[in-house]
Design a protein around this ligand. Structure first.
Ligand code: GCO
Length: 261
């Protein structure tokens, strides 16, 4: 049974995996046997990341390019296919957030978030998907969010993009299931990463709020995503199509409770 989860001999490309959740998911894939390729767009961060992966005992390869640049994506995906091998697993993880009230949000900033969080995954899925569909095998995992389902003050662009990414996942799953390419999503709840550092500081009302709003009673640790990542990247999920698995300590299962209970 455990062989179903074995990723030995598979090449996995994880975008934005120089830190945070991307790094945790790439590490999980590597520990399940995959040959990991990491995308980033900052040389210094990449150098640091490769050293960090080595500490984990993983020899990963880094490719620097911007996932919103279609030409760069096409060129680098082709290079990875030639230099490392056929990409069997793509995780669209690279993303950004901007926390600004909608009335103050510049349209240019709104477009930028949509570009990185939604158009980037489309470009990468299209570019890698071409190879996967031709080979009749592949796994694409789009990293969604609580904001694929819920709104929150200040994150209009991020929520619009992550809601869109959920539907892009279902649509690509629909188009490519017949080619044996499974497209699914993971929706992380609130995790302790750099992205949430500003709202996680002790005494910040949001920190208390998340802990009480999460039935599990804590922030997620990046390692909490490992099992679901390996599952959706492996043979174990060959008949799972267009699902978003929320790894959220129960946030979406509950309406919450009054703070004095
Ligand atoms: C916020 C958070 C979130 C998380 C995450 C939740 O400001 O509410 O940063 O958006 O990053 O995506 O699932």
């Amino acid at each position: 049974m455990l062989n179903l989860f074995d990723l030995s001999g598979k090449v996995a490309l994880v975008t934005g995996a120089t830190h945070g959740l991307g790094m945790a998911m790439a590490t999980a894939l590597g520990k399940a046997g995959a040959t990991v390729v990491v995308n980033g767009n900052t040389p210094a961060k990449m150098e640091k990341a490769l050293a960090q992966y080595a500490v984990e005992g993983l020899k990963v390869k880094g490719y620097l390019f911007d996932v919103t640049d279609e030409e760069a994506a096409i060129e680098n995906v082709q290079r990875i296919e030639n230099e490392v091998g056929p990409i069997a697993i793509l995780i669209n993880n690279a993303g950004m957030i901007q926390r600004t009230p909608a009335l103050e949000m510049a349209v240019a900033d709104f477009r930028k978030v949509l570009d990185v969080d939604l158009t980037g995954p489309f470009i990468m899925a299209k570019t890698v998907g071409k190879f996967m569909v031709a080979r009749k095998a592949g796994k694409i995992i789009n990293i969604c969010s609580m904001m694929s389902e819920l709104g929150r003050d200040t994150v209009s662009a991020y929520a619009a993009a992550k809601g869109g990414l959920k539907m892009l996942t279902k649509n690509l799953a629909t188009e490519w299931a017949k080619h044996n390419v499974q497209v699914n999503g993971i929706g992380p709840g609130y995790f302790a990463t750099d992205q949430t550092a500003p709202i996680r500081v002790d005494g910040h009302p949001f920190n208390e709020f998340i802990i009480s709003r999460t039935p599990a009673g804590r922030w997620g640790n990046p390692e909490d995503l490992g099992g679901t990542t390996v599952f959706l990247a492996s043979k174990a999920s060959d008949f799972v199509n267009g699902q978003i698995i929320y790894v959220d300590g129960g946030i979406l299962a509950t309406i919450g409770k009054p703070s004095n209970e």
